[in-house]
Design a protein. Sequence first.
Length: 161
Amino acid sequence: MGQNKGENIRMIWSKLQKQLYLIIDKESKFQIHCSVYKTKSAWNAGQRSGISKKQESIPRYWITVGDNKEIIWDFPNNFLDERSIAIDKSEWLSEKYDTIKDTYFWDCNYTWVANLIREYLDTPRDQILIKEFENDKYGLIDILRKYDKRISKTKRDNIKI
C-alpha cells in the first residue's frame, strides 16, 4: 500500500533533520522539531468563499539547545503580535485565528522552513557566512550558522541570535 500525505511529509522532514544534524556541533545539543496540528481554519479559501469549512494542518517548528533544552526559536509562537495568544496544543482553534497579525503563516505554503533548511544545506561552505537568504524572514539562518560546525568556533561565537 502507498503512504498517505502525512507519512510522506514526516519521512521528508526526518531525512532533512538528519542531514542538518550532520553539520551541527553536537556539543550544543541542538535539536529542531516540527509538529503539525489539525484544525478548522476560518482563514482557508473555502471558508472565505462561503464554501464549507475544511480541515487544515498548521505547523509549529522549534529549536532547542543545551542540556535544559532551552527553546531559542519557536515558529509561529515567537512571531505573533501582542494581541495573539500563545499557541499550544489546546489553542489550535479557528476562533483564535482572527488575532493573528500576519496571515502569511496560514495562507502560504508553510514548507518554507524545510525549503530554507534545504537551501542552507546546499550552500557551498565558503558561501555560508556571506550568502543572503531572501526567504529568511524570521532569523532561522543565523541560528543555523551559530551551531554549524563547518564554521569556526571563533566565528560562530561572534554570531548574535
